[in-house]
Design a protein around this ligand. Sequence first.
Ligand SMILES: [Zn+2]
Length: 244
Amino acid sequence: MGLRRLKIIGNGDAFGSGNRFHTCFYLESDKTKLLVDCGATAIHHLLESGINLNDIDLIVISHFHGDHFGGIPFFMLNSYFLTGRTKPLTIVGPEQCETRVEGLTEALYPGLNKKFREMDLTYLEYSKTIRFSDLEIRALPVVHSPPSNPHGIRVESGNNTFSYSGDTEWTDSLYDLSLNSDIFICECNYYESKVSGHLNYKILKDKLKKVKSRRVLLTHMGEEMINSDQVAHETTVQDQEYDF
Ligand SMILES: [Zn+2]
């Protein structure tokens, strides 16, 4: 019982550095299939990866920036018009999740929220631990642009734990978030530049010495990170699958 499989659908930063797709991680447990973040480019690569959108039960959003939740309206478009989705879809995110997703949809496809609401959609917010089928999902606030309501995410199932920093500067809450994880995915946008709301490798590599996770993968890397030959930690690889 537990998490079975992680596939990296997108691992890029907001700028498309290295021609990488925006953040989207596909996770599978014994009973549930979910996306952790669904960035603006997710739909292309989900389809290319052969993932059936109708199989996905849950979309978990770390924060309200386009490279992390901008793909949801396209997910809905495909589900409503092409596949006629009847399976329930639950979207989990920070406070005002439904308003934010519907606001984005209204901006991109005015009037379509009414149709999308015909699907079996449920929105849940991170006020407490969320129990969904065989999953427990917790979110901790992190340090990024406040209007995006940034969170790190922890998904547990059976004996397995997946954790993800979201976009953030270093905060000690990442120690709790990642404690005893099988896989901890941590953003590392820069190698040495200090940019508010993001991590750089020079700071992160020391902090990681105290992180208690079986495996750490760096993600959301900009050109500085992609081009550095000084990175000693494992990085996410698009299309790669990881077992638990
Ligand atoms: Zn981002």
